[in-house]
Ligand binder design. Structure first.
Ligand code: M6R
Length: 606
């Protein structure tokens, strides 16, 4: 998954291309490049690593074309080197690509047999050669692109510029998002509306199979069959302002500290606090007529769904089938028409989640999504959306989006319980009151940064860490392990605490920190037994609890006191120490916290 941008401007466009690419860096940041057409000649600059390397390259050796394309890469085929960085080009055409060309090996060997020489390991280079070959055969650029598109299999968004064409850009979408933007005598193209926000708020989203021929004067969109089509103009609400880090050293720190506010906003959107009642907007389904819900999501969003499974099943007696979307989409799941499928995604662009959604639509399901980025593909493909009001999340490690997802899901589970008659009015009031206290408890935890800083010094020496939790907090243990892995690069695994004795206990010795999520709830005594089992084998316990004194006697690395809260809201509360442990450990180790290696914020490839 990569970010692509294109501009047909009145002035040299490389500065604007860079500005748009900065806004797309969440899609990948292992290399970047731009190409422009100046007096009919194609020119290109590329650089390995972050965008500032490309910026420096352009400042040493500027490009002055008024028409150009740009790319920020998350490598799929070929190492993240300058040679493999986009744009790719031949003498005739330059192309940027987001996605994967699945039949590239076959296309490449056909082209090589015909004498074409390749200079990269990417799947994208075949596209440049296919278009070039069509132009060599005498076709104009639009026909050449159309013929080349017919040979490509996979998911992609593409933008092309051509030698000798100072007023022409062609783009295509098949499975990867692409928006066109309308300016005053200028035209724009981008992977999302956020990239285009500094230049225009008037956009159209291309649909799958669309390809578009653009000049400064306008555009013509065609569908897969070649028929002229129109896509509605929309006013984008994406902000032109770049989000900054405020007083924080990293976006992740800022986003962790924003949680009391963002969770408060999100809850307020679904709760009538004056009467302690959940108030959902009109939904295209009735909870009372459902016999199950299916949930699909990836990564942290999946863990939010896993928490919700416990909530829906307990409060609403509603069975939940939950899957990571990358498995669900290929599992050929039998589904009875008329069911409810729920999708959870911060970005709203995760390819696996989107594919799972489309499968469910084909099976006649009602599609409801919980997304943070408005106007995203998942939102647009849903029958209803329940937004998380987390604001822009820039750090690759998801933090505030997760707790906002939990906030929405908590409200949804309460509403389900009420609608199905399994939850009394008194219990609704009790649970809503507990939710309303969450922002205050979060603020209290966030005042205690020093505890986590001290713990980080010890954890940073570990090469493996176990996270344990039970019941609704088992997914929180999984989330804690994921957070630590992705930003500190320390190997970590989350387990249901009761599962310890079935295998993972063999790993425990005095070098193994064991982080235990242990609120004083119905499972507390059982969790304590598991802690004793781990401690007896030398494990060094990090005990997170509102009854931290109960771990006395174990070999403690730390006992961290957390606020005593209603058992319903413990996942929201215990998510924060998971984030803080990972954050402080990563800072201590000096990793790139906001843009950890090999990851991207939005995973738009499968
Ligand atoms: O944008 P999404 O919520 O669909 O993204 C899903 C995962 O890629 C994401 O949660 C990922 O696991 C994060 N890096 C976790 O911190």
């Amino acid at each position: 998954m990569c970010g692509i941008v294109g501009i047909l401007g009145k002035e040299p466009v490389s500065g604007q291309l860079l500005e748009a690419l900065k806004r797309l860096e969440y899609r990948g940041y292992d290399s970047a490049g731009v190409a422009t057409v100046e007096n009919g000649e194609l020119g290109r600059r590329r650089a390995e690593g972050k965008l500032h390397n490309l910026e420096a390259r352009l400042s040493d050796d500027p490009l002055m074309g008024r028409l150009g394309i740009g790319h920020t890469r998350w490598a799929t085929h070929g190492a993240p080197t300058e040679a493999n960085a986009h744009p790719h080009m031949t003498t005739r055409v330059s192309v940027v690509h987001n996605g994967i060309i699945e039949n590239f090996k076959q296309l490449r060997s056909e082209l090589e047999s015909a004498g074409v020489e390749f200079s990269t390991d990417t799947d994208t280079e075949v596209i440049a050669h296919l278009v070039s070959r069509e132009m060599d055969a005498g076709h104009d650029p639009a026909v050449a692109v159309q013929h080349a598109l017919g040979q490509l299999e996979g998911a992609f968004a593409l933008a092309f510029i051509f030698k000798d064409h100072d007023n022409l850009m062609i783009a295509a979408r098949q499975g990867s998002p692409l928006a066109v933007g309308y300016g005053d005598g200028e035209m724009y193209l981008g992977s999302d509306a956020i990239a285009l926000a500094p230049f225009t708020d008037t956009i159209s989203y291309l649909e799958d199979g669309d390809w578009v021929v653009m000049t400064r004067e306008g555009l013509a969109i065609r569908d897969r069959q070649g028929a002229a089509v129109e896509r509605p103009l929309q006013k984008s609400v994406a902000s032109a302002l770049m989000v900054d880090k405020g007083n924080h050293r990293h976006f992740m720190a800022k986003e962790i500290h924003e949680q009391p506010e963002m969770v408060g906003h999100t809850l307020a959107n679904f709760i009538d606090f004056a009467n302690s009642r959940v108030q959902l907007p009109d939904m295209p389904f009735e909870f009372s007529s459902l016999d199950r819900i299916s949930i699909s999501a990836c990564g942290t969003a999946y863990f939010a769904g896993l928490v919700a499974k416990y909530w829906f099943e307990k409060l609403a007696r509603l069975p939940v089938e939950i899957d990571v979307a990358s498995e669900f989409r290929y599992r050929d799941v039998p589904m009875e028409a008329g069911g409810l499928s729920l999708f959870i995604s911060q970005s709203g662009e995760t390819a696996d989640t989107l594919a799972a959604l489309r499968y469910c639509r084909e099976q006649g399901q009602t599609i409801v999504s919980i997304v943070n980025v408005r106007e995203s593909s998942i939102e647009r493909d849903s029958d209803a959306v329940l937004p998380t009001l987390a604001g822009p999340e820039i750090g690759v490690a998801s933090t505030k989006a997760f707790t906002c997802q939990l906030s929405v899901l908590a409200c949804l589970a309460i509403a389900a319980g009420r609608a199905r008659g399994t939850l009394s009015e008194e219990t609704e009031i009790e649970l809503v009151d507990a939710l309303s206290e969450v922002p205050r408890h979060m603020s209290a935890i966030l005042r205690d940064g020093r505890t986590y800083d001290a713990l980080a010094h010890s954890l940073a020496k570990a090469s493996d860490v176990l996270y344990l939790g039970r019941g609704v907090n088992y997914p929180i243990a999984l989330e804690g392990a994921l957070k630590l892995k992705e930003i500190s690069y320390i190997h970590a695994e989350g387990y249901a605490a009761g599962e310890l004795k079935h295998g993972p206990i063999a790993l425990i010795d005095e070098t193994m920190p064991v982080v235990v999520v242990a609120p004083r709830d119905a499972m507390f005594e059982k969790t304590l037994s598991n802690v004793q089992e781990a401690a007896a084998r030398g494990g060094r316990i990090v005990f997170l609890s509102d009854a931290e004194e109960k771990a006395a006697g174990c070999d403690l690395m730390a006992a961290i006191k957390l606020p005593a809260v209603h058992s319903f809201t413990t996942p929201l509360i215990y998510a924060l120490p998971m984030q803080l442990i990972a954050y402080h450990t990563a800072v201590f180790l000096g990793t790139d916290v906001d843009q950890p290696r090999n990851l991207a914020k939005s995973v738009t490839v499968e």
